[in-house]
Design a protein around this ligand. Structure first.
Ligand code: IMP
Ligand code: MG
Length: 189
């Protein structure tokens, strides 16, 4: 059995537990193409230095694992865990750091990998914390950007796609911890 679903048949996707998707925002092939381009952009942007790819869990886990395999230079991987949404679909505004990277950040080129930029609050808080650790450089790579982040104080150097202002799930993104395993990104009904 193939695990590849065409957008037209996704309404019947058994992974959705009966919930219909409104539409597929980004299908598997589109994601793979853009992630591969991002890998090339990142490779070119870091000709030297110690690159540390820092994934923000849980949302970035699929994107990060695909992305690092498209970066053709030495790098290390670590993770951060922040919680901001709880079980809802509206940002609570509070960002808690639940897991801190064990790796030393000083002098390294840090690439913070995020699934989606919504209000920008999560990144503001994390970037402020990470800057204090004196990395050589600190940049953001976000798969999706809703472009509504009026509060974001930092530039996003690498962005996969501009995202529609809808609640999206799949490819790491969840709704109350469900749907992270969808290989495509969809908006829910
Ligand atoms: P921000 O702090 O408002 O920018 O929210 C960023 C975090 O909220 C992301 O890392 C996601 O975990 C979550 N988030 C924002 N928008 C969505 C969405 O459309 N679907 C799923 N999670 C989202
Ligand atoms: Mg979430």
């Amino acid at each position: 059995m193939t695990s590849t679903l065409r957008p037209s048949s996704s309404q019947a996707d058994p992974r959705l537990s009966g919930r219909a998707v409104k539409r597929i925002a980004f299908d598997e092939a589109t994601l793979a193409r853009r992630v591969s381009e991002l890998g090339r952009e990142i490779t070119a942007a870091y000709p030297d230095g110690d690159l540390l790819v820092l994934g923000l869990l849980k949302g970035s886990f699929i994107f990060l694992s695909d992305l690092v395999r498209q970066i053709s230079r030495p790098l290390q991987v670590d993770f951060l865990v922040a919680s901001s949404y709880g079980d809802g679909t509206i940002s609570s505004g509070t960002v808690n750091l639940v897991y801190d990277p064990e790796t030393r950040l000083e002098g390294k080129d840090i690439l913070l990998v995020e699934d989606i930029v919504d209000s920008g609050r999560t990144l503001n808080r994390l970037m402020t914390i990470l800057k204090e650790r004196k990395p050589r450089s600190l940049e953001i790579c976000a798969l999706l950007h809703k472009r509504i982040a009026k509060e974001l104080k930092y530039g996003t150097k690498f962005v996969g796609f501009d995202a529609p202002n809808e609640f999206l799930v799949g490819y790491g993104l969840d709704h109350a911890e469900n749907f992270r395993h969808l290989p495509y990104i969809a908006s829910l009904q």
